[in-house]
Design a protein around this ligand. Structure first.
Ligand SMILES: [Zn+2]
Length: 143
C-alpha cells in the first residue's frame, strides 16, 4: 500500500516535471508544494509501518514467552495428593498419576521412610476417612 502510494507520488512528480511547471509561478508553487507534502506523508507512513512491524514482532515474542510461562504453570498445577505420615505425621505429597500406574508403587515418607501409600488399593486416599469412621461410630451409638 505504501509502495503504491510512493509510486503514485513519484508518478505525480514525473507528471509535474513533464508539464514543465514554472516553480516561480503561483500555481506551480502550489503544485510543487502539494507533491512535496504528499512525498513527506508517504515517507512518514512508511516509517510508521516499519515501527508497527517492529511492535508486532515484539508483541509476538511476548506472546510466545507468555505461552511458555503458562505451560510451565500448567505443569506445576498437576494434581498432587497429600497424605499424613502415620508415623511422624508429616504431610507427604505425591503425584496423582501414581494412582493410575499399573505397577505397584510405594510412596514413602521422606522424613522417616514409613510407607504412606501403596497404589494397590490397600490405602484409602480419602484424608477425611477418619472423620467418616467417627461419624459411623456415633450413628451406631445412637441405635
Ligand atoms: Zn514420616
Amino acid at each position: 500500500m505504501v509502495d503504491s502510494l510512493k509510486q503514485k507520488v513519484a508518478y505525480l512528480q514525473g507528471l509535474a516535471e513533464g508539464l514543465d511547471i514554472d516553480h516561480t509561478d503561483k500555481e506551480g508553487k502550489v503544485i510543487a508544494s502539494v507533491i512535496q507534502v504528499l512525498n513527506d506523508v508517504a515517507g512518514h507512513i512508511e516509517e510508521l509501518r516499519a515501527a508497527q512491524q517492529e511492535l508486532e514482532e515484539y508483541m509476538e515474542s511476548i506472546d510466545d514467552d507468555l505461552n511458555d510461562l503458562e505451560s510451565e504453570l500448567d505443569f506445576e498445577d498437576e494434581d498432587f495428593i497429600e497424605v499424613e505420615c502415620p508415623k511422624c505425621h508429616k504431610e507427604v505429597m505425591f503425584d496423582s498419576d501414581i494412582l493410575e500406574d499399573d505397577d505397584t508403587i510405594e510412596v514413602t515418607c521422606p522424613n522417616c521412610n514409613e510407607v504412606v501409600f501403596i497404589n494397590d488399593g490397600s490405602f484409602d486416599i480419602e484424608t477425611k476417612g477418619i472423620d467418616a469412621d467417627l461419624a459411623g461410630v456415633k450413628d451406631n451409638d445412637d441405635i
